[in-house]
Design a protein around this ligand. Structure first.
Ligand SMILES: [Zn+2]
Length: 231
């Protein structure tokens, strides 16, 4: 039987050429969203090899985080902001899966990672989930899950309410507000190594609240993986 699919795909890409979301160049066949050149220039933190103190300091003395993994630095107008925008506002969960896989592959090949038992994405409020159609952190978690061969758990951590922009609050105030935002269900994570996943690390208030909640269930350890971090 004649395989039509590749021909149809070629034909479609002639009419609707796929371009890099960062530089706008045509994407070579077999690539998606970001061209190889932009991918090469991605500002990776590599903090799994040499820890970045500015990231660790966001959690120090507040909650115990076993390992903190930050894939790339967040820069305004930079490629990472474009990836995040695509992931959150352009109905493209696939880009989250793709970068989750890249991230997982880097971690596996470049460092010793704890024997994770489960990956938990930071949940969205159900209303927001309905609006967006998917949870961007879950898309990343699914990609990481594929690369690390660790299952995703969506039932343990729950979001009780949606928290809007809190830019005017101090960090302590934010943590206090966020601590009422998340909750846990009585799921069996006791004694397990957990990897918590979110898209961006800014003040750390959201992740701190999630880690606090998870610790109430007595896991063996809680680590964090985020796609982008603000120093
Ligand atoms: Zn590009």
């Amino acid at each position: 039987m004649l395989k039509l699919k590749p021909y149809i795909e070629d034909f479609i890409s002639l009419i609707y050429p796929h371009t890099c979301i960062s530089c706008g160049d045509l994407l070579p066949k077999g690539t998606q969203d970001v061209c190889p050149k932009c991918l090469y220039n991605l500002p990776k933190t590599k903090n799994h090899i040499i820890p970045v103190p500015q990231f660790l300091q966001k959690f120090e003395g507040i909650v115990k985080v076993e390992k903190l993994y930050v894939y790339s630095y967040f820069q305004k107008q930079g490629i990472v902001q474009k990836i995040l925008h695509e992931l959150k506002y352009n109905d493209n969960p696939d880009i989250g899966m793709t970068f989750g896989r890249y991230f997982g592959k880097d971690l596996l090949t470049e460092s010793e990672i704890p024997p994770f038992d489960l990956i938990i994405p930071v949940p969205l409020h159900p209303k927001k989930l309905k609006l967006r159609g998917y949870n961007q952190s879950e898309a990343l978690a699914n990609g990481l899950s594929q690369a690390l061969n660790v299952p995703v758990n969506k039932n343990t951590l729950i979001r009780n309410r949606h928290q809007n922009t809190q830019t005017k609050r101090s960090k302590i105030e934010r943590i206090k507000v966020m601590s009422e935002t998340f909750g846990v269900t009585d799921s069996n994570i006791k004694g397990k190594h957990v990897l918590l996943v979110d898209d961006v690390l800014t003040t750390g208030a959201t992740l701190i609240s999630c880690v606090e909640q998870l610790h109430t269930l007595k896991p063996k350890s809680v680590s964090i993986a985020v796609l982008a971090g603000v120093k």
